[in-house]
Design a protein around this ligand. Structure first.
Ligand code: 0VY
Ligand code: ZN
Length: 261
């Protein structure tokens, strides 16, 4: 079943798989980052997240990931600076992870696969709503954070992981209030950025990726908590929710910029 999760979600060119589609699809899917080839851009400013803890609403299992949802009806929790213009609203965060610690991230850096990857999805309110923003090249900005397994636990992940019990199966959702997700960020604000797409089909090419260089460290128990989720509903046979990552796509000549030397 995990294979189905992986293979069903490869981002290709146009849905008809045509050559033209392949050309158009050059932004699709997560990328392999080669730090040597990333171009340091000294003009790239720092990025800033100013999140209102009161914007947190709920946490859910949709059978593909665990997602925390935020109120994005006004500029309440926003991302600014970095490669984006203006303030993008935080809509949700979710994770991708593997069945073991040696894989799970959607981006790969110099051949390194991390155990998991956190995505914080923001959208550009100049496009009115989230749905129309998906049709725009400057519609969405996603901050990606790698999770590495180490000896220490990430205390700031505790609240999210404590909720795994109550969202064990697909379709479960529970209130999740007073949470500022900026506590999940690593110390360093160094990042890579490139113009890409969502990693799940139809892989809209509307995403400015802001991929943080420094991973956060979580404990083996914390990773096990994430892997304790199920893909199935409570009335279906058990299928562990693991390997919800997508195969990386070749960069195809796209430029990845680095905010650091
Ligand atoms: N694929 C996605 N995010 S991701 N994995 O590219 O960050 N999304 C699809 C709709 C909302 C977010
Ligand atoms: Zn994602």
């Amino acid at each position: 079943c995990q294979e189905a999760v992986q293979s069903a979600a490869v981002c290709r060119g146009a849905s008809d798989g045509s050559a033209a589609g392949a050309e158009l699809g050059f932004r699709k899917g997560a990328q392999r980052i080669r730090s040597e080839e990333a171009q340091h851009d000294p003009a790239l400013p720092p990025w800033f997240a100013s999140y209102d803890p009161g914007a947190a609403k709920s946490i859910l299992n949709n059978g593909r990931t665990c997602r925390v949802v935020f109120d994005d009806t006004f500029d309440r929790s926003v991302l600014r600076g970095g490669p984006i213009q203006g303030a993008y609203r935080l809509r949700q965060l979710h994770f991708h992870w593997g069945s073991s610690d040696d894989h799970g991230s959607e981006h790969v850096v110099d051949g390194v696969k991390y155990a998991a990857e956190l995505h914080m999805v923001h959208w550009n309110p100049k496009h009115g709503n989230f749905a129309p923003a998906l049709k725009q090249r400057d519609g969405v900005a996603i901050v990606g954070v790698f999770l590495k397994v180490g000896k220490t636990l990430k205390r700031e992940m505790k609240r999210i992981l404590e909720e795994m019990e109550s969202i064990k199966t697909k379709g479960k959702e529970t209130p999740f209030l007073h949470f500022d997700p900026s506590i999940l960020f690593p110390k360093s604000r160094d990042y890579w950025t490139y113009e890409g797409s969502f990693t799940t089909p139809p892989c809209e090419e509307c995403v400015t990726w802001i991929l943080l260089r420094e991973p956060i460290v979580v404990s083996p128990d914390q990773m096990a908590k994430l892997r304790s989720l199920s893909m199935n509903t409570e009335n279906e046979p058990f299928h562990p929710l693991v390997d919800n990552w997508r195969p990386q796509q070749p960069l195809k000549g796209r430029v990845v910029r680095a905010s650091f030397k």
